[in-house]
Design a protein around this ligand. Structure first.
Ligand code: AMP
Length: 390
């Protein structure tokens, strides 16, 4: 079972391994609030029920009982292992690990690195461990794949003790997705992981670019938090940090509030003043909405900047991969970005690019760097790592 626990939600997928066949998936929402929603897919049909689910423990109980009630499993014993998505592993975790008591203690020690996400992840892990004490629980970390970044890439040019004493450095996120894409690209191109040199553009509501050299992450656009890098649905990406103090003073608001606005009211939403959803912006832009077009262009420009820089850092990428909600679905945005990379001989093929949510080569045969769409699948990656640790 692959689990992703948030502060008030719990997403799950049950997969048959090693075939990677999806058996069922679902989500519990509004945990801890009234009228919590539990939904599960049974034979392709979504079944929803509403009740008050006071905490994650109760959510796990309901979820497992529903699996039995819908004849998906006959008993809890059929679940061989649980893989938990964990947002942060600090600088000690470079691969997936079994979550024992010592690991829980370590995660509690680093909770300040990602208090909004790591706290809920831990609550989910503890709830599952209590109800399924006899199976192994595996942590699959968003930061782990990026632990191969060299010092020169992960260090900020700030007083050194910010790093040595306070752990301030670039960690990077979306690692599970970037790792999945790296493995899938190796399969598609029939090569060893060590021979993969690509730039991955994971563009969804959250978005990050990753430079993969010899199959390893050597740089990525997200940093100490997922706020760094390219503009996203509601996040600003990079700005001059001095703006924070300036705006706090002008608005007479605490720094925390300004950072909140950079996380929640910026990016697509901030620039367009319309929506954080790429579909809304693509259609408004087609109708001539200047700010919607600008929001897309500001992001596309910065993505092309990162790709150019990473192409150079890798020493020449063989392919650029588009993935996640926007990367997989928005052909207009893929074209916008690719056209900004013509200097490197990148040539997008408009006919091949006319696709959505499928794995496909979208560059011309004459393109100097291949362009691919590869749908990501973090749950399968979680299940693979879980299986290998069982
Ligand atoms: P994710 O966070 O990976 O689920 O991606 C969410 C983003 O993907 C949202 O901005 C969606 O608008 C975008 N998206 C999904 N389908 C499409 C589509 N057909 N065209 C443009 N954007 C899409």
């Amino acid at each position: 079972m692959a689990v992703n626990a948030g502060s008030s939600s719990l997403k799950f997928q049950l997969l048959e391994m090693p075939t990677e066949k999806l058996i069922t998936s679902g989500i519990v929402e509004r945990i801890g609030m009234s009228k919590s929603i539990f939904s599960i897919k049974v034979n392709g049909e979504k079944i929803e029920s509403i009740s008050d689910i006071p905490n994650h423990g109760e959510a796990v109980n309901i979820l497992l009982n529903q699996l039995i009630e819908h004849d998906i499993i006959a008993s809890y014993e059929e679940i061989a292992g649980v893989g938990h998505r964990v947002v942060h592993g600090g600088d000690r975790i470079s691969k997936s690990v079994v979550i024992d008591d010592e690991m829980i203690q370590y995660l509690e020690e680093i909770i300040d690195l990602a208090p909004l996400h790591l706290g809920p992840n831990l609550i989910g892990i503890k709830a599952f461990k209590e109800i399924l004490p006899n199976v192994k629980h595996i942590g699959v970390f968003d930061t782990a794949f990026h632990q191969t970044m060299p010092e020169e890439a992960f260090l900020y040019a700030v007083p050194y003790d910010w790093y040595s004493h306070y752990k301030v450095r670039k960690y990077g996120f979306h690692g599970t997705s970037h790792k999945f894409i790296t493995q899938r690209f190796a399969e598609i191109e029939n090569k060893k992981i060590e021979d993969v040199n690509i730039v991955i553009a994971h563009i969804g509501n959250g978005a990050s670019i990753c430079a993969v050299k010899n199959g390893q992450s050597i740089d990525t656009s997200m940093g100490f938090t997922p706020l760094e890098g390219i503009p996203m649905g509601t996040r600003s990406g990079n700005i001059d940090p001095a703006v924070v103090e300036y705006m706090a003073k002008i608005k007479n608001k605490p720094v925390k509030e300004i950072i909140n606005q950079l996380n929640k009211l910026s990016g697509y939403l901030g620039v367009s003043n319309l929506s954080s959803d790429s579909r809304d912006l693509v259609s408004a832009s087609a109708k001539g909405d200047h700010q919607a077009k600008l929001a897309i262009d500001v992001q596309a420009k910065r993505i092309a900047d990162y790709i150019s820089s990473y192409h150079n850092y890798i020493g020449g990428a063989e392919a650029i991969i588009f993935t996640a909600g926007i990367g997989e679905n928005a052909k207009e945005t893929r074209k916008n970005i690719s056209d900004r990379l013509k200097t490197f001989g990148v040539e997008i093929d408009d006919e091949r690019n006319d696709c959505r949510g499928v794995e496909r080569l979208i560059s011309k045969d004459s393109s100097a760097i291949k362009l691919y769409v590869i749908p990501t699948n973090e749950e399968v990656m979680i299940a693979r790592d879980t299986l290998s640790l069982l």
